[in-house]
Design a protein around this ligand. Structure first.
Ligand code: RB5
Length: 152
């Protein structure tokens, strides 16, 4: 798979380990930055990851910042993106099975590097179940996303 990978400065120390793990697993990495430890604004990078998924340049996206919160908020602004903030393997598995999440967010100041790598492995190894109840709920989310915000 082609995987879009982005981090902000708070997670920069994890980036090469993530890239190496993705490549070890046979994936190609679309690098969305950042390229060094200097402070950057997380929205631009998280949005680049999310847009790569939306546009089909990547099948899935991975974004890490300090907490993962800002990145998940940003990524979920992009139409068609379902970003999940996961701090352990269980939520990573559920994010794929139930929510068909297509962007994984992790907080590098929340979880250690080895756990972050495990979360990534679980996320990538798990498929959406496709069950009708989950499809119905995802359709409801898509419907809300199409809402223009104009009161009816
Ligand atoms: C950067 O200090 C920090 O705010 C960012 O990495 C992230 O945690 C935002 O949600």
């Amino acid at each position: 798979m082609q995987i879009a990978l982005g981090v902000d400065h708070a997670a920069f120390e994890y980036k090469e380990a993530l890239r190496a793990e993705l490549e070890r697993l046979g994936h190609a990495v679309l690098d969305c930055g950042t390229d060094g430890p200097a402070a950057v604004d997380y929205p631009a990078i998280a949005l680049a990851v999310a847009r790569a998924v939306r546009d089909g340049a990547a099948a899935l996206g991975i974004f890490l910042c300090g907490t993962g919160i800002g990145g998940s908020i940003a990524a979920n602004k992009v139409r068609g993106v379902r970003a999940a903030l996961c701090h352990e393997a269980f939520t990573a598995r559920m994010a794929r099975q139930h929510n068909n999440a297509n962007v994984l967010c992790i907080g590098a100041r929340v979880v250690g590097r080895d756990l972050a790598l495990e979360i990534v492995r679980v996320f990538l190894a798990t498929a959406w179940t496709g069950e009708a109840r989950h499809a119905r709920r995802l359709a409801q989310l898509a419907e809300a996303e199409a809402d223009t915000g104009t009161p009816s």
